[in-house]
Design a protein around this ligand. Sequence first.
Ligand code: IPD
Length: 275
Amino acid sequence: MRDNRTKPAATKPMLAAAVKAARSAGELMQRNLHAAKKVTEAVQHDIKLELDVRCQKRIGRLLLTAYPEIALLGEEGVDGDPESHYRWVVDPIDGTVNYAYGIPHACVSIALQARTRPDQPTKNAPVDFQTLIGVVYDPFREEMWTAMRGQPARLNGRTTRVSQRANLNEAVISLGFAKHEDGLRKMLPQFQQLVPRVRKIRIMGSAALDLVYVASGRMDAYLEAGVRLWDIAAGGLIVECAGGDFRWRLVSGGTLFQVVASNGKLNRQLQNFFQ
Ligand code: IPD
């Protein structure tokens, strides 16, 4: 099972299951965008909603029914056997603060990862898992990004590619301002350095959408100093499958990462980021 499942033909039904789950959670998000929302936790730079949990439950029900042997690691908790060879990595609502305030810029993010063999470390992967499938769904624009490792990235079924812009002064770069003080402290100097050098800086509030916007050439790069695995696992693969570059480095706790994603042409100009 282990080896077959990593082949595209075998991962296709898993992609279909992830797409179905993303649509189902997206439908709940869509329906409740302007409804009064129950806040379950609020700190200075972050909010958690009861809807986050409901969306993850929907996703979990569908994925665990289809694949009971695959664990689920989500922003809202873990389900299934933590020792399993595969895991779904789920952010039920990425861009929760946007969503809580009624801003229709948020999405569902689902990745499927497989454990790497200790004797075969994966290039450029700071975790013991490799992402095989990525699905990011924006229910407000009905945009579904999908990728399977080794295949072209797709947006609503059509191949999608990163931009060709090679000069920083033409680039639109998205920055993520995390909820942690440490991340904020690291991002502010980057913001100051980049603002005068690029065409525009954007701070959109959804890491997964930032990544797929890079994958589709709408933006040229996305940078963040402290972002969680479930925000970036699916989008990172989608960037790579769209011809871009996704660099991530573990910061702490096994799930917090620094990320530099780009169209691959701006790498040299962004190489000092986070040094
Ligand atoms: C957040 C968003 C935001 C990013 C934060 C994330 P959440 O995810 O992706 O853009 O800057 O680091 O935590 O909490 O909305 O799922």
